[in-house]
Design a protein around this ligand. Structure first.
Ligand code: PLP
Length: 394
């Protein structure tokens, strides 16, 4: 056995959970991802999807993907920089920029590569990147790739953010990066206060709208729009893998920032462009979101109903204000166990353990879609009450 294999063979945590029969990852879904999914020949209620708008199985979105694949082929065989730019990519960029209220936008192949590529190249050695300590892993990796000085503040603690800003050289760029909606806890960044601090310290703000797009603001334009602060936010990032029912991501900003990113972001330049099918499906989803306001209403009706039911049932759900509802367990083994019990009862939810949360904050994450019915929510809440009681978490 080589040294590497010898070292890695010691990593057997997954096998320990498999032996306990509670390993919760890579569960195979045998069809479309709607509010019910087929798994192992059974129907399971899906409360673990990020498809907030419920569009992943929409015939129009699927048809747009098929048509684009027929016209443009299955892939672009190159980077956007060289031979991989389609008129379709440019159309989507223009529409996304207009949708989130910025001058221009760039599409990447995933949301992860937006953050890891954009954050890595925006600022230099003399500048600062300041993050909330619950920011998404892709933001963390972007700042790891940057040569700038990294500062972190306690989750949504504005006094701590101000303390970090005070440490910075006033003449350097100070880039504050936050999730608009925190992906595991469902709470919102305190954008009004962050904007106030931006002005006080001459800082720059980037907001990750992965979980805000299609959910908050007019027509689902995101959390920046929800707070009426779009013009104050310098960079808006989004992904297609959630409300836009596809895969890919984008960054939107003014022309000077986009011009820089277009020619320097390494995950944009040195990676193949998004497939025609994924691009066209995202574009179609974007049109549907704008043309069907009832979808947003249905999402909030389902969300408010679920929030009320979980609260009334006595679950600890933290400070969520979104379709992401964390049910705190605060114990890793029990988090896996309750995920398995729920699955056996026919409810798919996601376990959240470190590094996705602090060790004392493990939880199961319930996520709502516009297409969930009250009956499905009732059924899931009742089953989760049973599972949580069985493990004495509730
Ligand atoms: C807050 C946040 N940012 C970025 C991403 C990455 O997006 P994608 O799935 O498109 O790579 C995610 C996805 O999990 C996310 O939750």
């Amino acid at each position: 056995m080589g040294l590497l294999q010898e070292k890695l063979a010691k990593y057997d945590l997954p096998q320990q959970y498999m032996a306990m029969g509670v390993y919760p990852y890579f569960r195979e879904i045998e069809g479309k991802q709607g509010t019910e999914v087929n798994m192992g020949g059974h129907k399971v209620l899906m409360f673990g999807s990020n498809a907030y708008t419920g569009l992943t199985g929409d015939e129009r979105v699927i048809e747009a993907g098929i048509k684009a694949m027929k016209k443009y082929g299955s892939g672009c065989a190159g980077s956007r920089f060289l031979n991989g730019t389609l008129d379709l990519h440019v159309k989507l960029e223009k529409e996304l920029a207009a949708f989130v209220g910025k001058e221009d936008a760039l599409c990447f192949s995933t949301g992860f590569t937006v953050n890891s590529g954009v954050i890595a190249c925006l600022t230099d050695r003399n500048d600062y990147i300041i993050c909330d300590d619950r920011d998404h892993a892709s933001i963390v990796d972007g700042r790891r790739l940057s040569f700038s000085q990294n500062l972190k503040y306690k989750h949504n603690d504005m006094a701590d953010l101000e303390k970090q800003l005070q440490k910075c050289n006033p003449d350097s760029v100070k880039l504050i990066i936050v999730d608009g909606v925190f992906s595991m806890e469902g709470d919102l960044a305190n954008l009004p206060e962050i904007v106030r601090l931006k002005h006080k310290y001459n800082a720059t703000i980037m907001v990750d709208e992965a979980h805000g797009l299609g959910v908050f603001g007019k027509q689902g334009r995101g959390v920046c729009d929800h707070f009426g602060l779009t013009d104050e936010i310098d960079l808006i990032m989004g992904t297609f893998s959630k409300s836009l029912a596809s895969i890919g991501g984008f960054i939107a900003a003014d022309e000077s920032i986009i011009n820089w990113l277009r020619h320097t972001a390494r995950t944009y330049i040195f990676s193949a462009s998004n497939t025609p099918a994924a691009t066209a499906s995202a574009l179609e989803a974007l049109h549907i979101i704008q043309n069907e306001p009832e979808r947003l209403e249905a999402l909030w009706e389902a969300t408010n109903y679920a929030l009320k039911r979980f609260r009334e049932a006595g679950f600890e759900i933290g400070a969520t204000e979104s379709p992401i509802i964390p049910l705190y367990v605060r114990d890793t083994d029990k988090t896996f166990m309750v995920t398995k019990l729920a699955f056996d009862e026919g409810v798919f939810i996601n376990p959240v353990i470190p590094p996705a949360c602090a060790p004392q904050d493990t939880l199961v994450r319930v996520a709502l879609m516009a297409t969930h019915t009250k009956e499905q929510i009732d059924s899931a809440v009742d089953k989760l009450v049973k599972c949580f009681k069985q493990l004495e978490i509730l």
